[in-house]
Design a protein around this ligand. Structure first.
Ligand SMILES: Cc1cc2nc3c(=O)[nH]c(=O)nc-3n(C[C@H](O)[C@H](O)[C@H](O)COP(=O)(O)OP(=O)(O)OC[C@H]3O[C@@H](n4cnc5c(N)ncnc54)[C@H](O)[C@@H]3O)c2cc1C
Ligand code: FES
Ligand code: FES
Length: 503
């Protein structure tokens, strides 16, 4: 039996006697930190949002909001967590704590009614408040002043639209938080009113130091163990020695299984902090993305270099989920409705698979073998995703779902096309939600290549696209609807590209 300790609101606390599958949410509430709420226990509502100190993109440390209901407490051994209680500053005995600027704005702008969702909103809002490059995108024309008296920093690179405030606040930071009673306008008002952190703000200052290092963990209780090794080689040895071991990265799929389906594993091996799985390299002929980088990290580090991925990320779940979710996990589940496989198929990506004997590279097109099955062997994990360069110039990702954000795809279509002098020279199309596995639309690609990019070609190819795969009827969509959406998707792409050419 070993220990695991988390620093919560500045105080180090043992997670004992929690079971290895106990979530951060349950651990916090059992310690009396009941500001962190359980709404759904499956990553949908954000009531459980907390801040974790993680390696930063523009500063040594970023405060990252995650769903505490999905992450095992043992996974945060050695890490720092801030809850809604920890955001307020405790004053002298007998005096109430001073509200944090985001709490203050939520209070004065009526952003909280029953208050159940509020701590979660406040934590997601605080993560965006501390995002280092937020104020670089503030609107120079807006002289708003926050209630704490701080001024909104202004910058020439203003980017204000329906989803970005004059203070640079990206509303997508709140896309994983639901509120039943306030209505979202006062919450948005609060978000758009927060100023810049002051120089004395301890959490802003904390960003200048390195985040806590990942620590090797062996936390065992009863007949179950949570393990974290420091290197890939040690991890792969464990996977070889323990055939019962299950790897977990961001836990956004695994955590749902634990909570909703009572999944209990005898040995869980964390891979999310392994340095070998967290590299991002742009080479002359390919880009290699570590399988354990979170989608938020990839999005911010690539910064639009792969336009198809840049289209995917905002449509993938919510910011809270993307802060934990990894490409390795999305491919590891083998789900036919995962959103990254169609995109990676269109990009002709391959996977670097690693086990204790070494590595091999497998084209993604050959990876899936059946419903939630793949060529990955026992003891093998996905180390990285490789995307060949150069990229096709026309790229689009169409996710057809019931809601615009934070929903599962009924159908997903990814296009990567090269169109030169009005002719389609090369077409790669990835599809999700229309077969037992994600697939390439090979017949449609053939119907496009070598033909003029005209309405006639597109109409003929759309008929072929409608026949790709074997779409099913289920509670999300009928097979007819799915087929129809495939055809529509190609027409939409044509309309978008011809609009772009004529404008
Ligand atoms: C509210 C919510 C919304 C979601 N929305 C979307 C969405 O819009 N689109 C979408 O595609 N998915 C969505 N998901 C599913 C999930 O977030 C993704 O599949 C995510 O990419 C999983 O990554 P993870 O690191 O959290 O995986 P984990 O939960 O840690 O692991 C998932 C599985 O993959 C395996 N695995 C993890 N890493 C590796 C690796 N490197 N090598 C081999 N196997 C590995 C694990 O063993 C496990 O079986 C959503 C989930 C939730 C809870
Ligand atoms: S409790 Fe709903 S997202 Fe965690
Ligand atoms: S204030 Fe009641 S759920 Fe948001």
């Amino acid at each position: 039996m070993t220990e695991a300790r988390i620093t919560v609101n500045g105080k180090e606390t043992s997670i004992s006697p929690a079971a290895p599958h106990t979530t951060v949410l349950d651990f916090l509430r059992e310690r009396g930190l009941t500001g962190t709420k359980e709404g759904c226990a499956e990553g949908e509502c954000g009531a459980c949002s907390v801040l974790v100190a993680r390696p930063g993109v523009n500063k040594p440390t970023d405060w990252v909001a995650v769903n505490a209901c999905l992450v095992p407490a043992a996974a945060l051994d050695g890490q720092e967590v801030i809850t809604s209680e920890g955001l307020a500053t405790v004053g002298d005995p007998g005096t109430p704590p001073a509200l944090h600027p985001v709490q203050q704005e939520m209070a004065v702008r009526g952003g909280s009614q029953c208050g159940y969702c509020t701590p979660g909103f406040v934590c997601s809002m605080a993560a965006e408040y501390y995002r280092p490059d937020r104020c670089a995108h503030a609107d120079p024309t807006d002289g708003a002043e926050a209630h704490d008296g701080t001024e909104v920093h202004v910058d020439a690179e203003a980017h204000v639209d329906a989803e970005h405030g004059p203070n640079g606040f990206d509303l997508h930071a709140l896309s994983g938080n639901l509120c039943r009673c306030t209505g979202y306008r006062p919450i948005r008002d609060a978000a758009y009113a927060v100023g810049e952190p002051t120089d004395e703000d301890p959490l802003a200052r904390r960003r200048e130091q390195s985040p806590p290092a990942a620590v090797a963990t062996e936390y065992a209780r009863d007949d179950s163990t949570f393990l974290r090794r420091s290197t890939l080689a040690e991890t792969l040895r464990v996977l070889r020695e323990r055939p019962d071991a299950v790897v977990v990265a961001g836990s956004t799929d695994y955590g749902v299984e634990v909570n909703i389906r009572s999944r209990r594993e005898s040995c869980v091996v964390a891979i999310d902090r392994l340095p070998e799985l967290r590299e991002l390299r742009v080479e002359s002929d390919h880009i290699e993305i570590g399988a354990a980088l979170t989608l938020t990290e990839i999005e911010r580090r690539l910064d639009g270099q792969v336009p198809l991925l840049a289209e995917l990320f905002p449509q993938f779940a919510s910011r809270l989920i993307r802060n934990g979710a990894t490409l390795g996990g999305n491919l590891g589940t083998g789900s036919p409705i995962g959103d990254s496989p169609p995109v990676l198929l269109a990009l002709e990506a391959s996977l670097v698979l690693a086990d204790a004997d070494g590595e091999r590279e497998v084209p993604l097109a050959d990876y899936f073998t059946g419903y939630r099955q793949s060529v990955r062997r026992p003891g093998e994990l996905i180390r990285a995703v490789r995307i060949p360069l150069p990229l096709s110039r026309v790229a689009a990702f169409h996710k057809i779902a019931k809601r615009r954000f934070d929903d599962i795809s009924s159908v997903a279509v990814a296009f990567a096309l090269d169109i030169e002098d009005g002719t389609v020279r090369r077409a790669r199309i990835g599809l999700g939600g229309v077969a037992a596995t994600p697939i390439r639309a090979l017949a449609t690609e053939a119907a496009l290549e070598g033909r003029p990019w005209t309405a006639e070609t597109v109409e003929a190819a759309a008929r072929v696209l409608r026949g790709e795969g074997t779409p099913m009827d289920d509670h999300r969509a009928s097979s007819l609807y799915r087929s129809a959406m495939l055809g529509q998707s190609l027409r939409k792409l044509h309309a978008q590209t011809t609009e772009a050419v004529s404008s």
